[in-house]
Write a protein that binds this ligand. Structure first.
Ligand code: DX5
Ligand code: ZN
Length: 226
């Protein structure tokens, strides 16, 4: 894998979701990132398995489902049935993270673990060998269009090193405030899955924005091989 672009539909026009997804795919989207919020873990509500199922019918690329919910164990099967290829859960809500990660994998879905900006990478220490990817939040989750938290860049580097120590080549994903100005820096730090919402869908041309973000990300990966 070099670097994958995962447009987040949170910033798309939900009345024209199919068009938004198709535009992002024409621009080279590698994944579609879907943000699930419950109004408890984060102060916002979004969507559930029926919407994922509809997206699955039209999407040509795998669906990356980011669960920002209090009790993900209750829903992982429903999201797997709906067509998630990747599913990430927050360490902050899971006392039995190991069980959850393996339950996701047992459903044939790639399992990701997410860290909020204030969550230490030490929470990954005993699960690093088991995960299929780690998602570093570079904003506090809940809304699109927030400003990138600069400390996230070194956190990506630290997570990459931790995964390497565990002998796990699993990619690091980054989510929140990513745009043309900072994408090269996070890729250079080791991020290999790039989520972007407003930088893609709050532009007049989502296809072009996806293409340009991907070009910038790939440019950075070429200069810093890993
Ligand atoms: C935030 C979500 C993100 C969000 C990113 O809670 O997890 O995926 O859509 O949006 P931008 O790229 O606008 O920060
Ligand atoms: Zn997300």
């Amino acid at each position: 894998m070099s670097v994958l672009i995962a447009p987040s539909i949170l910033s798309a026009d939900f009345a024209a979701l199919g068009d938004a997804i198709e535009a992002a795919q024409r621009g080279g989207a590698d994944l579609i990132h879907i943000d699930v919020m419950d109004g408890h873990f984060v102060p916002n509500l979004t969507l559930g398995p029926p919407v994922v199922k509809s997206i699955k019918r039209i999407a040509k690329v795998p669906l990356d489902v980011h669960l920002m919910i209090m009790d993900p164990d209750r829903y992982i099967e429903a999201f797997a049935d709906a067509g998630a290829a990747m599913m990430s859960v927050h360490v902050e809500v899971l006392p039995h993270l190991h069980r959850t990660v393996h339950a996701i994998k047992a459903l044939g879905v790639q399992a990701g673990v997410v860290l909020n900006p204030a969550t230490s990478i030490l929470t990954l220490e005993n699960i690093a060998a088991d995960v299929d990817y780690v998602l570093v939040m570079s904003v506090n989750p809940g809304f699109g269009g927030q400003t990138f938290i600069p400390r996230s860049e070194s956190k990506v580097r630290e997570v990459r090193a931790l995964l390497d120590r565990a002998g796990n080549p699993a990619p690091v994903e980054i989510d929140g405030g990513i745009d043309q100005r900072n994408v090269a820096a996070v890729v250079s730090a080791g991020a290999r899955i790039i989520v972007a919402g407003s930088a893609i869908f709050h532009t007049p041309d989502a296809e072009r924005a996806t293409r340009e973000l991907k070009a910038a990300a790939l440019g950075a990966v070429l200069t810093v091989p890993r």
